[in-house]
Design a protein around this ligand. Structure first.
Ligand SMILES: Cc1ncc(C[n+]2csc(CCOP(=O)(O)OP(=O)(O)O)c2C)c(N)n1
Ligand SMILES: [Mg+2]
Length: 429
């Protein structure tokens, strides 16, 4: 007897397959995205029990209102110099992204990823963290390096995998690493940085250090098992870590519904773990700063981890290998109700009389020139396909502290074969 014959009075089971609201050609209306007024959300004491502020996982913490004013208890009350520094860093990231995207289209590198529309997430957080706090980024937080004044030329050398690349061409373009700058090596395997960050934070606490960790992943990446095991370790040991989920609505061509966004918020993941959770306006640099500062204070005073969902929008393609026109409406970026993070911080600075259109235009020219000059410098070390590669035998460096005998043999064999082939670039100078 078949199952439906056994239960003739029940409807057949059906599977829910999420479907994004807008596909190519559709008119976009984001009216159903709830945007509470800026300044309306309470700011709990950093020692408060996470169970006492569950509401903050379902709203949006916002500071900047539609007139560019900073309002409410989350206003971090930053001085104008800090505000201008954040604005400059965001403009610099955008200029850098533009130029490197074009470099990929010109065939100078194989790959690039922009963070357009999400600049506040990494820049404002980095300004709120201490310089020696340890960051575990995904591939969309290049803003951390920019905010920590990392060399643009070094970033480009890495993108070009040229002879100046301090990672020796071993990483995919944009997967930077800088120990000195507290920037953990970016991994292409999604969410691996989550348990690594929690482990680092646990070690920091176990050693009695005062440094904390911060980690970022996309909303799509929260579907990985690594995200959840990291959450368990973080909450059990009250690890001093800030867990950021960048909800930019898309994971390549999959919308956030496939990671669970139809059922609840990503910040609400924290509640099931008994952890502090905040859902914030990710296009509001002041909200990002304030939330990070609050979570950092919690971590530094042994109150435990905080999960922050940055509600934002990926304004462009996933990477240079993507064409969002194939799967989402072209009207989405323009209709996004939370606006553009650079335009919003600029409007705030103008509203408080600390900035103007002329200065902004001059800054745009200045950052574009800076990026252009860095590119000229980096290209002296080579671009894709121009032969200025890393010497071939660096392939074997940097993995083992002492190279095992079998690798030494393989390296020698490779060098002998290259010598015999007569290609001079293969030899280490
Ligand atoms: C473990 C793993 N699965 C799949 C991929 C392929 N992949 C790379 S990026 C990406 C989308 C990730 O989306 P999200 O986490 O939302 O981050 P975003 O790109 O939006 O910043 C996917 C599926 C991968 N790199 N690693
Ligand atoms: Mg995403």
């Amino acid at each position: 007897m078949t199952a439906d014959a056994l239960r003739p009075n029940l409807p057949p089971l059906s599977l829910h397959v999420p479907e994004p609201r807008f596909r190519p050609g559709d008119a976009v209306d984001f009216a159903s995205v709830e945007v509470p007024p800026a300044g309306a959300q309470p700011r709990p004491d950093t020692a408060a029990d996470p169970a006492s502020f569950h509401d903050l996982a379902y709203t949006l913490v916002r500071v900047l209102d539609d007139e560019g004013r900073a309002v409410g208890p989350w206003d971090p009350r930053l001085d104008p110099d800090t505000l201008r520094a954040m604005l400059r860093d965001m403009a610099l990231v955008r200029a850098f992204d533009e130029r490197m995207f074009r470099a990929q289209r010109q065939g100078k590198t194989s790959f690039y990823m922009k963070c357009t529309g999400e600049e506040a997430v990494a820049i404002a957080a980095t300004h709120a963290l201490s310089r020696d706090d340890m960051c575990f980024p995904s591939y969309r937080q290049q803003g951390i390096l920019i905010a920590r004044d990392y060399s643009l030329v070094q970033m480009m050398n890495q993108i070009y995998s040229n002879s100046g690349d301090n990672l020796q061409g071993k990483q995919l373009p944009i997967m930077y690493s800088s120990k000195e700058d507290g920037f953990f090596s970016i991994s292409g395997n999604l969410a691996t940085q989550y348990p690594q960050a929690v482990g680092w934070a646990m070690a920091s606490a176990a050693k009695g250090d005062t440094r904390i960790a911060a980690v970022w992943c996309g909303e799509g990446s929260t579907a990985e098992g690594d995200f959840h095991s990291a959450m368990t370790f973080a909450t059990v040991y009250k690890a001093p870590v800030i867990l950021n989920v960048v909800n930019n609505q898309w994971a390549i061509s999959s919308f956030s519904g496939f990671a669970g966004a139809e059922a609840t918020t990503f910040a609400a993941r924290a509640i099931g773990y008994g952890m502090a959770g905040l859902r914030i306006d990710g296009n509001d640099a002041l909200a990002v700063y304030a939330a990070t500062q609050w979570a950092a204070e919690r971590a530094r005073t042994n109150q435990g981890p905080t999960l922050i969902e940055h509600f934002t929008y990926r304004a462009e393609g996933h990477s240079t290998s993507d064409d969002p026109g194939q799967y989402r409406s072209a009207g989405e970026p323009g209709a996004w109700p939370l606006g553009d993070p650079i335009a919003r911080l600029k409007a705030h600075l103008i509203a408080i009389g600390e900035w103007d259109e002329e200065r902004h235009a001059a800054q745009d020219r200045e950052v574009a020139e800076r990026v252009k000059a860095a590119q000229k410098e980096a290209e002296k070390n080579g671009i894709l396909g121009h032969g200025l590669h890393q010497p071939l035998d660096t392939l074997f460096d940097g993995v083992f502290e002492e190279m095992p005998w079998h690798l030494r043999e393989q390296r020698q064999q490779m060098l002998d074969e290259e010598e015999a082939s007569g290609r001079p670039w293969a030899r280490k100078s």
